[in-house]
Design a protein around this ligand. Structure first.
Ligand SMILES: [Zn+2]
Length: 690
């Protein structure tokens, strides 16, 4: 075989791959070899003569597939951050074989029999808490993948899952189709009325990409349509854009998602029934921190009525502003953002152009490092000589207070055509002490952002939202870097989906601390700290329009839960009518709307990870708001005792603790929803939680 750098031992520090030698053509043979290697490892476990023990079966299972996970980690990081047509072609070709490989693992009856037997005796095996957690987690992974099903149910389950994979792909492609099929061409200065410079520039770029030279084009991409609805003075054009945006997936023809979504719901119901659940929501929630529909409903009950009251107060302010500008009539859905922006300018006078010079990228990176140092004693030491996949990637060795390495952090901050949009954390290696080599493995963690790079000789300046994203992803990064567990399956961010946003959302709070801003938010030219008055205006504007945002988000979360909680095998005949009826019952005010309607709700139907799971952001926000309050109560945002316990129970424990118990161990009690309500301005500011 020709030399394949993916299959040779990686000898660089922290086991970094030899990025400079890796080509697209290396992946398929490497995947094939790595999958075979894991199958051999699994056969060895399943067919050994020795009776099952935790060590020869469960811990051994955790050690399998390391070659595959290291090849896959390089592959997925490259396809996300530095892709090309060759890699994309490999990605399409590998999707099916990799899915089949997963099925081969989780439907291996002999392997499952050993794990299932141990699981049944788990109380008498003398396991440590983490060993027991691993056994329960691995067992549940098998069960939820269908390992318990027998005979025809087993075959039917595989068919349901295959059909779901096909339908969710089609759903996403249909949304993309409708987004690409619509454009609003702005031809005259009158069409552009109200649009700020950055939006004109983006609309010119969109026009150039679509062969409308010299023109301006608004598409249904969120980054164009939302600012257009916010700034355009043309009510008629706002209405056109709004109607196109909210009817994605609802047009007769080959891209109609109404039946696709119904087919997905029908199959999910069948999937849940095969697992013995009454509805899909019960199946999805069984593996979450919330656990039950009633726990999620209690959160909705706390938030929804208060958000409705807040949105009513906001509507009054908007109508006042309309009247002040001599406009009568009612607020329609395509008016809200426009008038909200006018009120924001009038009341808080917060302007991005005024804020950005204080948020130089390098200073904000230092701010995040500084917070990690003050909380956890970490130091970030640049290692520019290490191999990375793109010159923009910065490598840092992360050291503890004693100068011992705890991991490697790679930060890739800039947008480029070879990178997908958004911001995310990923890993090249999870921290664990269960490697086949018997060596403890330190984590290699990545953060990707999509900041627009400053022109040559100019600094990269962030908006407040950008800086928050930087801190958010860095919070996920710390969750990976501070992981201190034995088993790979329990490491870092591999936790339940309604817990995973806690470390990231929590870390955002430190960015808003006045002492952090005073130290790091300095004008890039003069070095002057941000004026106190500007800081106060930023603080005051934080709760602005939160009623609107909360209602739109929660409405979509309520629809998600309701549509997945039905116990009828047959989905509603008309999903749009189901959604409209439900929102009428819930009292969704006219002029507000949902974040996502079912016909284009990609969280729910472009995959299954967030089906009956759109609530998770709000769930985690209860935890982060309450968690940060602990520091407030201590009177010190860097209180050393609290930081120690935060590291131990939240950032360091991975999935080795039950998440509710982990939070309680940190906070000293169960979470309360009050801090979240206060943070969003849904209750008066004065009350402190008991
Ligand atoms: Zn996140």
């Amino acid at each position: 075989m020709i030399h394949n750098p993916l299959l040779t031992p990686w000898t660089a520090p922290f086991g970094l791959p030899p990025f400079q030698d890796i080509r697209a053509e290396h992946f398929e043979p490497a995947f094939a070899a790595a999958m075979q290697e894991q199958l051999d490892e699994l056969r060895h476990i399943a067919t050994q003569a020795a009776a099952p023990t935790f060590d020869n079966t469960v811990a051994a299972f955790d050690r399998t597939g390391r070659l595959l996970s290291r090849v896959a980690a390089v592959f997925y990081n490259l396809t996300a951050s530095e892709t090309n047509p060759e890699l994309q072609a490999v990605q399409r070709r590998m999707a099916a074989p990799l899915a089949d490989h997963d099925s081969a693992i989780y439907l291996d009856a002999a392997l499952f029999a050993r794990i299932d037997g141990l699981h049944a005796q788990r109380d008498t095996l003398g396991l440590t808490a983490e060993q027991r957690r691993l056994l329960e987690r691995v067992h549940l992974d098998f069960v939820r993948a269908g390992a318990r099903l027998q005979g025809s149910a087993r075959a039917r389950y595989a068919a349901v899952m295959a059909e779901l994979a096909e339908l969710t792909t089609r759903f996403a492609q249909n949304v993309l189709h409708d987004e690409n099929a619509w454009r609003l061409v702005l031809r005259t200065e009158a069409d552009l009325a109200g649009l700020p410079d950055f939006l004109r520039a983006n609309a010119r770029q969109a026009a150039a990409e679509r062969g409308v030279p010299g023109g301006h084009v608004i598409t249904l991409s969120r980054s164009l349509v939302v600012p257009f609805l916010t700034f355009s003075e043309r009510r008629d054009l706002r209405e056109q854009a709004w109607r196109a945006w909210t009817s994605r997936g609802e047009h007769h023809g080959p891209a109609d998602n109404r039946e696709v979504a119904r087919d997905i719901l029908r199959l999910r119901h069948e999937q849940a029934r095969l697992h013995g659940h009454a509805c899909y929501a019960d199946h999805a929630l069984a593996d979450t921190m919330a656990g039950t529909r009633s726990a999620v409903q209690r959160l909705f009950d706390e938030v929804w009525p208060r958000a409705l009251q807040a949105v009513q107060r906001e509507r009054e302010a908007l109508v006042e502003q309309m009247a002040a500008e001599g406009q009568g009539g009612d607020i329609e859905a395509w008016d809200w953002r426009y008038w909200a922006e006018k009120v924001r300018q009038a009341r808080y006078a917060v302007d991005d152009a005024e804020v950005k010079p204080y948020f130089r990228l390098e200073a904000m990176v230092q701010a995040a490092f500084d917070c990690a140092q003050r909380l956890f004693g970490l130091r970030f030491v640049p290692r520019p000589e290490l191999p990375v996949y793109h010159p923009d990637v910065k490598a840092y060795e992360v050291q503890d207070a004693q100068g011992q390495a705890v991991g490697l952090f790679l930060q890739d901050n800039f947008a480029r055509p070879s990178k997908r949009s958004g911001a995310w954390m990923s890993s090249l290696r999870w921290q664990n002490r269960n490697a086949p080599s018997a060596m403890a493995e330190l984590p290699v963690i990545l953060n990707n952002n999509n900041f627009a790079k400053g022109a040559p000789g100019e600094p990269t300046l962030l908006s407040l939202d950008d800086a928050r994203t930087l801190f958010h992803e860095f919070g996920h990064g710390l969750h990976g870097l501070l992981s201190d567990v034995t088993f790979e399956r329990l490491s870092g961010t591999q936790v339940l989906r309604d817990f995973v946003e806690l470390p990231s959302q929590l870390f955002e709070h430190w960015l808003s601390e006045p002492e952090v801003l005073r130290a790091h938010a300095r004008h890039w030219k003069t070095g002057e700290p941000m004026p106190e008055a500007l800081m106060q205006r930023l603080h005051a504007a934080r709760q602005f329009n939160q009623g609107y945002e909360t209602v739109r988000y929660t409405a979509s979360a309520i629809v998600d839960m309701a549509v997945h909680a039905r116990t009828d095998a047959e989905p509603p005949a008309d999903l749009c009518a189901f959604e409209a009826d439900l929102m009428r019952q819930q009292g969704l005010p006219q002029g507000v709307g949902l974040n996502h309607r079912l016909v284009h709700f990609q969280h729910l139907f472009a995959g299954s990870a967030y089906a009956a799971g759109y609530y998770v952001y709000l769930w985690a926000e209860v935890l982060d708001a309450d968690g940060f309050d602990a520091f407030r109560e201590a009177g010190n945002p860097f209180d050393p005792q609290l930081a120690l316990s935060l590291r131990r129970y939240i950032y360091g424990s991975g999935n080795s603790l039950e998440p509710g118990a982990a939070f309680e161990a940190f906070r000293g009690r169960k979470p309360t929803v009050t801090p979240l309500l206060r943070k969003r301005g849904l209750i008066a500011d004065a009350a402190q939680p008991a």
